[in-house]
Design a protein around this ligand. Sequence first.
Ligand SMILES: Cc1cc2nc3c(=O)[nH]c(=O)nc-3n(C[C@H](O)[C@H](O)[C@H](O)COP(=O)(O)OP(=O)(O)OC[C@H]3O[C@@H](n4cnc5c(N)ncnc54)[C@H](O)[C@@H]3O)c2cc1C
Length: 377
Amino acid sequence: MYAFAPSEQQLALKRSTAEFVQQELCPLITAGGTQFPAEAWQKAGMLRLQGLAIPEIYGGRGLDALQVFLVLETLGYHCEDNGFNFAISAHLLACAVPIGLFGQESIKAEYLPLLSDGRLIAANAMTEPASGSNAFQMQTLAEPAPDGSFVLQGNKCFSSNAPVADVLVVYAANDPERAHMGGITAFLADRAIHPFTTGPAIEKAGLHTCPLGDVFFDQVTIQNKFVIGKTGRGALIFNRSMEWERACLGATHVGNMQRLLDKAIQLMKQYGKDTFGDAARQELAYWQAQLDAVRFMGYAQAWQLNQKKANPRGGSSSKLLISELYKKMTIGLCRLLGEKQYLDQDFSRSQADAVSSTLYSGTSEIQKQIIAQAIGL
Ligand SMILES: Cc1cc2nc3c(=O)[nH]c(=O)nc-3n(C[C@H](O)[C@H](O)[C@H](O)COP(=O)(O)OP(=O)(O)OC[C@H]3O[C@@H](n4cnc5c(N)ncnc54)[C@H](O)[C@@H]3O)c2cc1C
């Protein structure tokens, strides 16, 4: 059944999230800051923002994908620190979710409560210096040992949260020749137990409060109980976590876009018709129409994820259109409003933050490849 209106329960979820973010979280956020906001991270744990999709028996909120989308959209609207919002999303969607779906029982019982309330920070480590879009062509090796453990050797890069992470979800090749056909394994690596090292936070164009860096494994032994899923099932686990990312990560971008549009509408009202003219009003209306369209696409894709049917075309389409609109709209609004937006750095900061949205979770070209394949091309 199609339901185009939010239920009472969904509205209440958005209201309670908005209240918490405005009253509890925002005072701890310095918009325009450059450091990871550790205090805000801890506070977010009170609402278990880091464990929205994790079942309640493991300390999470037990929300479905559409509810997760609604909460993240609300966070993205009210919290101007897009880096913080991204750090929360990366931790939740690419780390807590795959551990929750595929982790061994003892690991889920031990780690998910700590991940859900923010006592631990997680990072996903897939990308390597020589493999990005071709992620499964990785060089990091997981050499099996006779006692069932694995010895990891190799380097990861571009890992969001890594410089401050306590745990990693890391992918390594147990059989490089088989690659995604059974040759990749996913692991939980715990900094307190497994001596991997991380580089410093790398200077980058945007998302400054979400530290991003390298990860190094030098003969790091990881015991069998830290294997996520089964040996050789890493590609499936990674793809499942990407389904969640592609369905829900764009929610914060949708919230961010609406915040900027609302501010733009206020500025237009404030300065009046003579300043902006009809063309500008129409352009703003067109941005709003496009945002309304991709928002519903995001809701639909999150709902699809709840149906537990693989839908790579829907996930990639939603990710592609939300991120491309995010990039174009943030640039477009800065141009359209001219000097009138210049005093509110939210506009230019969001522009810098939006640039990478067409790269992470698979670039726009990779989303188009997935869609092309799904429609038989
Ligand atoms: C802000 C940010 C956060 C990130 N966070 C993480 C993280 O937490 N964990 C993690 O593991 N990685 C992370 N990444 C890495 C990200 O996943 C990769 O950047 C992405 O997969 C692209 O890989 P690449 O940069 O090596 O580009 P490449 O794969 O080298 O691609 C270069 C260009 O070629 C195009 N291209 C490549 N292959 C094809 C093809 N088959 N067809 C058409 N065009 C193609 C790409 O679209 C791109 O334009 C992050 C990146 C950014 C920018």
